[in-house]
Ligand binder design. Structure first.
Ligand SMILES: Cc1cc2nc3c(=O)[nH]c(=O)nc-3n(C[C@H](O)[C@H](O)[C@H](O)COP(=O)(O)OP(=O)(O)OC[C@H]3O[C@@H](n4cnc5c(N)ncnc54)[C@H](O)[C@@H]3O)c2cc1C
Ligand SMILES: NC(=O)c1ccc[n+]([C@@H]2O[C@H](COP(=O)([O-])OP(=O)(O)OC[C@H]3O[C@@H](n4cnc5c(N)ncnc54)[C@H](O)[C@@H]3O)[C@@H](O)[C@H]2O)c1
Length: 477
């Protein structure tokens, strides 16, 4: 067992976005800090989540674009996919992102000692941790940033199912695929493999896919998926079991006493994310979990154990990279300076790189109405805007939810090309409390996707009796 000499001020466990941010902040504040992680630096975000997934989504886009070329006078023939080559490319991208990241250098410059590939770390007591590869580390403050893992289904035969990580590691595109769970992960898996030529069936227990999106977004993405050949089964019932078949796997499920089954080459489970705490032995340090199994934290990101903080997916709060970075910063600030900062509730755009893309920021229409806001809703179709028509991508819409009296945007919901980018602009509008009429009058560049936001704002301003719509429509953005 290798023990570090004197105790550290701060030990951060897990080098995903939350842990890297926490360690950087603690080091920058002058604390003697170490960062210990099971595997490679960067966590899921770099190695198994957004970076490889976005690479596959990009390949899906390239296939789509190759098929569109004929309409623009370019003949290239039907594209074919070499999946092994694509996976190699995803690996290269992960390496490239890693080698261009300034974070490791910044951590070293801040004096943070990095223990990478240390194996699983586990609490010995509330101040010390040991790792599988023999490090023993002691610190006055400990920040838990060990992220999460895919939730398993507790049904017979669940060992026959795969996770999104297994799906990325296939050596060829499966002929067919069942995707179970239609949150951000499930729809991404379904969209990518549908584009690669698998026959995909997406099973969602709730009565609509993407339950955390505006209902119009769920409906539009489901309709687009169906139009592209993906089977979308909403409110399908309960899974009874999985069984091996000669060609792959069979899922048996039932609803209202009626039993049905579906078969495919493989089944991918994407029914949610749970904290990765089993190996950490949090009980030895007095760290309590909540009913869902996430580490319970207060607004300062303090756990139930004095001197132990947690940030990122392990807390079960918004499970996204920017939020993990922010939480790591807050937890480390509090660990070093003494509980001076709260996490707060910043404006948080969310979106996914499916085809079609979808994104949101702020309140959905239903949330705004449930909160008692008197709202005006304005929708601009992509087909009413010049740029999507130029690009041959006229499907989609931008929906604004606007507070009638305050004339401020409460929410923006987009389906279609560059939806995620469009919502970043809307996030700035919301964060700055800009009036919708000011947004409508802003001379956004022409012809752009951001212009659709201006068009929706003009329609909202018109509905509020502010008279901007005709002027903007006349410009034909
Ligand atoms: C398929 C997919 C796509 C996604 N796409 C996006 C996206 O487009 N945009 C976005 O913002 N977010 C996306 N996310 C979510 C995002 O990846 C996570 O919210 C983010 O990675 C959380 O960061 P974290 O630091 O909390 O945890 P992680 O990134 O999971 O890092 C945790 C680290 O802790 C290590 N660890 C775990 N247990 C131990 C232990 N006992 N000892 C030592 N080390 C340990 C792990 O090996 C890992 O390195 C996606 C997620 C998935 C699954
Ligand atoms: N692009 C992105 O930003 C992105 C991509 C992937 C994941 N993520 C993050 O990762 C987190 C986890 O995402 P996720 O999609 O894995 O989980 P999730 O909890 O967001 O979605 C799981 C879905 O599975 C459904 N479900 C639950 N039990 C089921 C069952 N037995 N059968 C069928 N359906 C069932 C739920 O209704 C839900 O819609 C999210 O909070 C998200 O923030 C983000």
């Amino acid at each position: 067992m290798r023990a570090t000499g004197t105790a550290l001020d701060v030990l951060v466990i897990g080098a995903g976005p939350a842990g890297v941010s926490a360690a950087l902040r603690a080091g920058a504040l002058g604390a003697r800090t170490a960062l210990v992680t099971r595997g490679a630096f960067g966590g899921m975000a770099a190695n198994d989540g957004p970076v490889p997934v976005r690479t596959l989504a990009h390949a899906a886009r390239l296939l789509r674009e190759a098929r569109q070329m004929g309409a623009y006078g370019i003949e290239v023939g039907e594209p074919t996919l070499d999946y092994r080559r694509l996976l190699a490319r995803a690996g290269e991208v992960v390496q490239e992102v890693r080698s261009h990241s300034a974070l490791r250098g910044q951590l070293e410059a801040a004096g943070v000692v990095i223990h990478e590939h240390a194996g699983v770390a586990r609490f010995v007591d509330a101040k010390s941790v040991e790792t599988e590869r023999g490090h023993r580390l002691r610190a006055g403050r400990i920040i838990l940033c060990t992220g999460g893992v895919s939730r398993k289904l507790a049904v017979p035969g669940s060992e026959l199912t795969e996770t999104h990580s297994d799906a990325w590691a296939l050596t060829s595109v499966p002929e067919s695929m069942l995707v179970i769970g239609a949150g951000a992960t499930g729809v991404q898996v379904a969209s990518v493999f549908g584009a690669f030529g698998s026959r995909v069936d997406l099973f969602q227990r709730a009565d609509r896919i993407l339950t955390t999106e505006d209902a119009d977004v769920s409906a539009a993405v489901a309709a687009a998926f169906r139009a592209s050949g993906i089977g979308v089964h909403e409110g399908f019932g309960n899974i009874e079991r999985f069984e091996q078949t000669p060609g792959g796997v069979r899922m048996t499920y039932s609803k209202d006493g009626v039993r049905q089954s579906a078969e495919a080459s493989l089944a991918v489970i994407a029914v949610g994310w749970v904290a990765d705490t089993s190996a950490l032995n949090p009980g030895a340090a007095g760290v309590e979990l909540d009913a869902r199994g996430f580490v319970r934290v207060d607004s300062h990101l303090r756990t139930s154990a004095p001197g132990i903080y947690a940030a990122g997916d392990i807390t079960g709060q918004m499970m996204l990279v920017p939020q993990a970075l922010q939480a790591g910063f807050v937890a480390a600030t509090n660990a070093v300076r003494g509980d001076v900062e709260e996490l707060g509730n910043p404006v948080s755009p969310i979106g996914s790189f499916t085809d079609p893309e979808y994104a949101q920021v702020g309140l959905t229409e239903a949330q705004a109405r449930a909160a008692g806001h008197d709202v005006v809703v304005a929708v601009a179709g992509f087909d009413a805007s010049t740029r999507p028509i130029i690009d041959g991508r006229p499907a989609g819409f931008c929906k604004l939810v606007v507070h009638r009296a305050r004339r401020e945007v409460l929410g923006c919901h987009v389906v279609g090309e560059r939806a995620v980018d469009l919502c970043q602009v809307a996030a700035i509008v919301i964060a700055s409390n800009m009036k919708v009429s000011e947004l409508a009058r802003l001379p956004l560049s022409f012809p752009t996707y951001a212009g659709i936001l201006g068009l929706a704002a003009a329609r909202a301003a018109h509905a509020l009796g502010l008279g901007a719509r005709e002027e903007v429509d006349a410009l034909g953005v």
